[in-house]
Design a protein around this ligand. Structure first.
Ligand SMILES: Nc1ncnc2c1ncn2[C@@H]1O[C@H](COP(=O)(O)OP(=O)(O)O)[C@@H](O)[C@H]1O
Ligand SMILES: [Mg+2]
Length: 364
């Protein structure tokens, strides 16, 4: 089997798996100084965009393409390339298609989609000026596009909204949900979907602190909230998106209203994946490879499922014990260190909460 990977930044997460499967690896990257270029069998530096990767896929006669792109902007080009390579050349591209990307890359379109498929989402308004606001404070102001909390503000007063409009001429305005933040990964391929265990990412704050900066735990254990409800809702969203690859979804749970709300969907590798793997043993990036080589199945996922208590802690610069090889995997480790220097995080797992506490003490 010969696979084309697009983007090197996440490649060290799966290099060990690609090698263990005896896959011939070709990789395209647009930045010649990027990390991990020494790992694949063959590397092509191509201009930004998907024309280069498409040409390499054809020229190298690969069996399938696995985009490893962790940011939103290129996803629509990937989706168009998927349609072309699959329809005209019969080369599978393990990624979301055009409709799924269009619905999920714009938070305003996503809101409409949730409503259409009858999934609860926080009450919202599209504002073209501050005086149109009718939802009670606090409210959350967002732009259609953005990730990592970019262009998001919690407004407590009319002045806050005015201030936001100094920078933007419209806003998606949502009621502020006080409660638990939850993420979940769903894997989808050929019309089959599996929702992995949900992850708890802390409580919402009036400062709008992004979960990137909080301690997270798996599996999600929020009193009053049934994980089956989260998994079922996530499954329903993914099935209606009707596409391939990874779907990471954000939810919030209001204890006061006993209501689960859908917030957003990301159709790409995402920051929840280390905790998902720690918690249940299924690694979403490895599953993309399995989809590409014809080894993905729901039965196989069921066979792999494990049960661990896990946590992920922002740590800055990790100075604890060395992990065993492969270092970015839970195969031989009970912890994984990831992220760029200064912003590293450690994800750890154990069979009981007590053991997990001891392990975290050793690592931090
Ligand atoms: N309706 C809301 N109520 C409370 N907090 C919110 C709400 N919407 C967003 N937030 C906060 O802002 C963060 C980022 O919002 P999100 O819509 O997930 O955008 P991003 O793509 O930047 O992750 C959330 O994780 C949460 O902490
Ligand atoms: Mg989010």
């Amino acid at each position: 089997m010969k696979l084309l990977f697009i983007g090197s930044r996440l490649y060290d997460d799966i290099d060990w798996y690609v090698k263990s499967k005896d896959i011939e690896s070709v990789l395209t990257e647009s930045n010649e100084n990027a990390i991990n270029l020494d790992l694949p069998d063959l590397v092509f530096i191509v201009p930004r965009g998907m024309e280069g990767p498409k040409q390499v896929a054809l020229m190298q006669n690969v069996d399938a393409v696995v985009p490893l792109i962790g940011i939103d902007p290129p996803l629509i080009d990937v989706a168009h390339m998927k349609e072309e390579l699959e329809e005209e050349y019969g080369i599978p591209v393990i990624a979301a298609g055009v409709r799924a990307v269009e619905l999920t890359s714009d938070k305003i379109k996503t809101k409409g989609f949730y409503t259409e498929i009858d999934v609860a989402t926080p009450k919202y308004q599209i504002l073209d000026s501050p005086d149109e606001l009718t939802i009670d404070f606090p409210v959350v102001l967002k732009q259609g596009e953005g990730q990592g909390g970019k262009d998001i503000k919690v407004a407590n007063s009319a002045e806050d909204v005015e201030e936001y409009f100094n920078q933007f001429d419209h806003a998606l305005c949502e009621e502020f949900i006080e409660g638990a933040e939850i993420s979940i990964e769903v894997l989808g391929f050929n019309g089959e979907y599996v929702a992995l265990p949900p992850i708890y990412k802390g409580e919402t704050t009036l400062e709008g602190t992004h979960p990137l900066n909080k301690t997270k735990t798996g599996p999600c254990m929020v009193e009053g909230l049934d994980n089956n409800l989260i998994q079922h809702t996530a499954y329903k969203v993914a099935k209606n998106l009707d596409s391939d690859g990874i779907f990471e979804m954000d939810f919030m749970y209001s204890r006061k209203n006993d209501q689960l709300y859908a917030i957003e969907v990301n159709t790409r590798p995402n920051g929840t994946r280390y905790l998902t793997t720690a918690t249940c043993g299924v690694n979403s990036l490895c599953e993309l490879v399995n989809m590409a080589i014809g080894e993905f199945s729901l039965a196989d996922i069921s066979d792999k499922l494990q049960y661990f208590y896990s946590t992920e802690i922002p740590i800055g610069n990790y100075q604890g014990p060395e992990p065993k090889k492969p270092v970015k995997s839970f195969e031989a480790n009970d912890f994984v260190v990831h992220g760029p220097e200064g912003y590293q995080r450690v994800t750890a797992r154990a069979k009981s909460k007590g053991e997990l506490e001891k392990l975290v003490e050793k690592l931090t």
